[in-house]
Design a protein around this ligand. Structure first.
Ligand code: DGT
Ligand code: CA
Ligand code: CA
Ligand code: ZN
Length: 573
């Protein structure tokens, strides 16, 4: 069983939590958390990289020491250092760190004073009112802990699409090796490319008598087999992810694919049209009376209800069925339409690679241009560029562009939007650039009105081009800022500014409903990776997924255009 990236980051995160609780040096703790983040968001499997003798210490935030630890995890499945730390601090304590409001100090106090090691014990202690008397806690905190625990109970864990891919791929490869297997697809939200996935729904067809289920339940990464049948089995993987496998007759494969791809409300809308035509549609096929008239392919199913094929990313019942009826479905953007990336970083600030390396990588992606947009300095980054260093970078890019063939570096900046709505660099340097990406990186908790005003005021600056990661959300980690996005998009449209779809799988910001709103307003968006290393450029596909879920066509996206056209599109009103 190859170790997955998510396994490596889980070990580092756990180690960081436990060290944090022990009161270890905060820099050390942060180093493990950063390493966890780097590994999770790698576009490739770290075990494969090691096998191919890649030098992991070249990755952002990974030194020799950490590279060695990753190697140990990949080879042994565990980390001896974590085992050492677990001897001193109960391994479960890291669960408590996930409770909102509990940091390392409080977790330590709960353990040392009350012997609380896990969520169950925390709940019991809070319910019997033992926590309120602890120094630094009080009745209010106790109440908050109970509320947090209740919330955690109710909320299902959804994993990000990148991790879902990393879990699904090896399992699908494993199942494919079953004798007699014919077709296999991961359906559900995974096939609709939703930003997070609740569980995996795998559909297979196979020759009669195939031992597919026997093989499935013997997959090494399984924690628990929930049920095993001949047509359906359910397991929980070690990571906690549930996987359903269904074996289908070939004649039903398309109908099942349609049914289990969902979404549920899309299915209901399609079924309703069927009912009007006197047809019954379910996972086994399309039926007229008792006769199956379609079901082998998805197209057959749509044919029967008089609809063109609808791409999985559109199947959210957000108007796609009506659009299909009117033959007005969008011709969705594909990765091949993308001609460049408009947000990236280099070593000059917090990126990991040089200008040259980034340019070369962008060229390998077949791009025509790459905008280098390192950070400005004032508020959020000591290493950020001031006017002087930016003007040096401009010169370096001019020089490099003379040498480069087949790729052009656009001179850019990711400039901070300050609290008062001004930009963190003077106009006379901003004007020297090809484009400027503008971001909120601090004071993310202003009221909706203030935050919206702050951003619109920034757009009044004639050098504002693209609002980067507009809401600042981190999926499963940080809520979006309070914003009136519709108002912001209108303001952008009025001024000839644009918004970004940040393609990083942790961000995917704008989210898909807002991509759709932008399209309806005829506001062009940029899809950008915010790459901090050459390999991050691969994240473009996640941005494209999100854009497709938001109905975007190539013409709705800035970076499907040549630089010559793009330059015109960026011109301010
Ligand atoms: P998830 O797993 O929460 O990310 O989302 P899905 O969409 O993968 O949902 P899931 O796994 O519960 O079910 C897979 C698909 O099966 C779902 O998208 C549509 C279909 N499905 C499930 N339950 C029903 C149902 O009661 N009626 C209909 N029409 N379809 C259903
Ligand atoms: Ca699912
Ligand atoms: Ca499911
Ligand atoms: Zn950035």
């Amino acid at each position: 069983m190859p170790v997955q990236n998510a396994d490596v980051s889980e070990i580092f995160n756990k180690l960081a939590d436990l060290l944090d609780i022990q009161g270890a040096n905060p820099f050390r703790v942060r180093a493990y958390r950063n390493a966890a983040r780097t590994v999770t968001s790698l576009p490739r499997n770290v075990a494969d990289m090691i096998q191919e003798n890649n030098d992991l210490s070249e990755l952002a935030g990974i030194g020799k020491d950490l590279a060695g630890k990753i190697q140990e995890i990949v080879q042994t499945g565990t980390l001896s250092q974590l085992e050492e730390v677990e001897k001193e601090t109960p391994s479960e304590l890291n669960q408590l760190m996930n409770v909102g409001g509990l940091g390392p100090k409080r977790v330590k106090a709960l353990y040392q004073e009350l012997g609380i090691r896990n969520l169950k014990e925390l709940k019991a202690a809070a319910e019997s009112q033992k926590i309120r008397d602890l120094e630094g806690f009080g009745e209010k905190t106790e109440q908050q802990i109970l509320e947090e625990l209740q919330q955690m109970d109710g909320s299902e864990v959804r994993i990000k699409l990148l991790e879902a891919e990393q879990r699904a791929e090896p399992l699908v490869d494993y199942l494919k090796k079953t004798k007699g297997l014919k077709e296999i697809t991961v359906a559900g939200s995974f096939r609709r490319k939703k930003e997070t996935v609740g569980d995996l729904d795998i559909l297979v067809t196979c020759k009669k008598g195939s031992k597919i289920m026997d093989r499935f339940v013997r997959y090494e990464d399984i924690r628990k087999v929930v049920s095993q049948g001949t047509t359906r089995s359910t397991v929980i993987l070690r990571s906690g992810l549930q996987v359903d496998v269904r074996v289908l007759p070939q004649v039903s494969y398309g109908a099942a694919l349609h049914y289990f791809t969902g979404s549920k409300s899309h299915n209901i809308a399609v079924r309703k049209i069927g009912t009007k035509k006197g047809l019954k549609i379910n996972e086994y096929g399309v039926f007229k009376g008792d006769e199956r008239i379609a079901g082998k392919t998805e197209k057959e199913v749509y044919d029967q209800v008089g609809l063109p094929y609808i791409e999985p990313e559109l199947r959210e019942n957000r108007g796609e069925v009506e659009a299909a009826q009117k033959d007005e479905l969008p011709s969705l953007l594909t990765l091949k339409d993308i001609r460049g990336d408009l947000h990236s970083h280099t070593k000059a600030t917090d990126g990991h690679h040089s200008l040259e390396a980034m340019a070369k990588a962008a060229k390998e992606h077949g791009y025509e241009y790459l905008a280098v947009t390192d950070h400005s300095q004032k508020v959020t980054m000591a290493k950020g560029l001031d006017a002087k260093r930016l003007s040096e970078q401009i010169k370096a890019i001019d020089k490099l562009n003379e040498e480069l063939e087949g790729i052009r570096i656009l001179k850019g900046i990711e400039v901070d939007i300050l609290e008062d709505g001004s930009l963190d660099l003077p106009d006379d340097i901003l004007k020297e650039l090809d484009l400027r990406v503008c971001s909120v990186h601090y004071k993310q908790n202003l009221s909706q009105q203030k935050q919206t005003e702050r951003i619109i005021r920034a757009m009044d600056n004639p050098y504002f081009n693209i609002l980067a990661h507009p809401t600042g959300r981190l999926i499963n980690e940080r809520k979006p800022m309070e914003l009136n996005l519709e108002k912001i998009m209108e303001a952008a449209k009025d001024r000839g500014c644009h918004l970004e779809v940040n393609a990083h799988p942790d961000r995917l910001d704008l989210s898909d409903p807002y991509c759709k709103m932008a399209r309806e307003m005829d506001l062009n968006l940029a899809i950008s990776t915010d790459a901090h290393s050459t390999s991050d450029l691969d994240f473009m596909r996640f941005g494209v997924n999100q854009a497709r879920r938001g109905w975007l066509e190539p013409g709705d996206v800035l970076n499907t255009h040549s630089w010559k056209q793009l330059k015109k599109l960026l011109q301010r009103k």
